[in-house]
Each structure stands twice: as structure tokens, then as C-alpha cells.
Write a protein that binds this ligand. Structure first.
Ligand code: DX5
Ligand code: ZN
Length: 226
């Protein structure tokens, strides 16, 4: 499980995305962020829901043996319901499914809670916030994609800043406010504005693993944001 929004009191949680790391040296990538990151973000892609392929449960299990940080698994796959048990068994702390990929979204989210992981729901940039309205009571985090998913190193879509603001307002109105995670195109130049807009859990790929010193990059991002 990840710490809840209440437990972290809205503090900035930085989540380096291993998609931008060297896949031949993922163990080193864990060590590089061990003291500067809050959560490790793992992008699982199936070549159908998004036009790219990444990793499966055995790699997640290996990463878990190498780091004490929580593992946040972002499932960019069709039929995510088939992958909940395998990734929970591999030590995932949170499992985030796309609303666009789930025919029975609430069943999927309940299954994630039943296997002991933190449930999250994600939406693509073109999907309206209304698509997740009915899911809010069942999740501990909402992930707003701020690029079209599939690849690291893309440009932040500017209209997403207002979407973050609108979602944060909605989440603050809940009896139990929850995490707002954003993913894609975050760097030193926009992290402050996006944190202020209400994203408290921020995924960073290129801006961390594309840099010579990932830990220093994380410290710089944190200093810039708060
Ligand atoms: C995109 C992935 C992201 C990506 C973010 O499909 O979900 O996690 O790695 O990378 P940057 O920060 O480089 O945009
Ligand atoms: Zn992601």
C-alpha cells in the first residue's frame, strides 16, 4: 500500500519513472533514487492499449528486491483485470488502471483493494473528468495523464493544467480527499505551477533518468516545486 493523502498531508511525492532509465541497469536505477525519491513509478505497456512494450511481473519482483521505496504500477494494458493478481504477487504497492481500458471499472478497483494494493484510476488527456466520477469513492489516487501515454520525454499538454485544478477542487470536496498524480512532460520549468495547481504526486521520467545525476535532478525538482 502507498501512504494515503491524509498521511502525507499533501506533501509533494516525487515518483521517478523507470521508463527513461537504462533497462540493462534497472538495479542501478533503483539505487540512484533511493534517498531522493518517494515512490518508484513503473510503466507497464502491452503494445495494444499503447503503442509500446515494456515489462511484466518478474521484473517488478526483481525491482522490489532492490529497493525499499513503494512500487507504483501504472497499467497501460487492455483487460487490466487479468493483471491485478500477477502484479500484486510481484510486490506492487499500488495498481493504477485506465478507465478507458476497463469495461467493469468498479469491479477492477475492488479487486485491487482485495489483493491488498492501493487502487488508482487513470485517464488519458482526451478523456473528461466525468469518466472517473463514479470511481472516486473506490480509489486512493487519480492519475491524470498529461501526455498521450506510450513514451517518455514528450511535451506536457498545456490544457492539462486547468484539468489538474478542476480535479483537485473535486477531490478536496470528497469526505476523504485523495492523491492527484500527474504523469508526462514534467520538468524543472513547469513543476512549480503543476504542484500549485494541485498535483501532489508527480511522475518524472526524462527529467530524472535523462540527467547525469538522477538524485541531484530529483533534489532540484523538489527545490523548484516547493
Ligand atoms: C508515459 C508514461 C510516463 C512517462 C513519463 O506513457 O506513463 O510515466 O515515462 O515520462 P516523462 O516524464 O519523460 O514525460
Ligand atoms: Zn506512467
Amino acid at each position: 500500500m502507498l501512504p494515503t493523502y491524509q498521511e502525507t498531508a499533501g506533501r509533494l511525492l516525487l515518483c521517478p519513472s523507470i521508463l527513461s532509465a537504462d533497462f540493462a541497469a534497472l538495479g542501478d536505477a533503483m539505487d540512484q533514487v533511493a534517498t531522493a525519491a518517494d515512490i518508484v513509478h513503473i510503466d507497464v505497456m502491452d503494445g495494444h492499449f499503447v503503442p509500446n512494450l515494456t515489462i511484466g511481473p518478474p521484473v517488478v519482483a526483481s525491482l522490489g528486491r532492490r529497493t525499499k521505496l513503494p512500487l507504483d504500477v501504472h497499467l497501460m494494458v487492455e483487460q487490466p483485470i487479468n493483471w491485478i493478481e500477477p502484479f500484486a504477487g510481484s510486490g506492487a504497492d499500488s495498481l493504477v488502471v485506465h478507465a478507458e481500458a476497463c469495461v467493469h471499472l468498479l469491479r477492477c478497483l475492488q479487486m485491487i483493494r482485495d489483493v491488498g494494493c492501493t487502487p488508482g484510476v487513470a485517464i488519458n488527456p482526451g478523456t473528461p473528468l466525468t469518466a472517473i466520477e463514479e470511481a472516486l469513492p473506490y480509489v486512493d489516487m487519480v492519475l491524470l495523464m498529461t501526455v498521450n501515454p506510450g513514451f517518455g520525454g514528450q511535451q506536457f499538454i498545456p490544457t492539462m493544467t486547468d484539468k489538474i485544478r478542476r480535479l483537485r477542487q473535486r477531490l478536496d470536496d470528497l469526505d476523504r480527499p485523495i492523491h492527484l498524480q500527474i504523469d508526462g512532460g514534467v520538468y524543472l520549468g513547469n513543476i512549480r505551477e503543476l504542484y500549485q495547481a494541485g498535483a501532489n504526486m508527480i511522475v518524472v521520467g526524462q527529467a530524472v533518468y535523462g540527467q547525469p545525476d538522477p538524485a541531484a535532478a530529483l533534489r532540484a525538482l523538489r527545490a523548484c516545486a516547493v
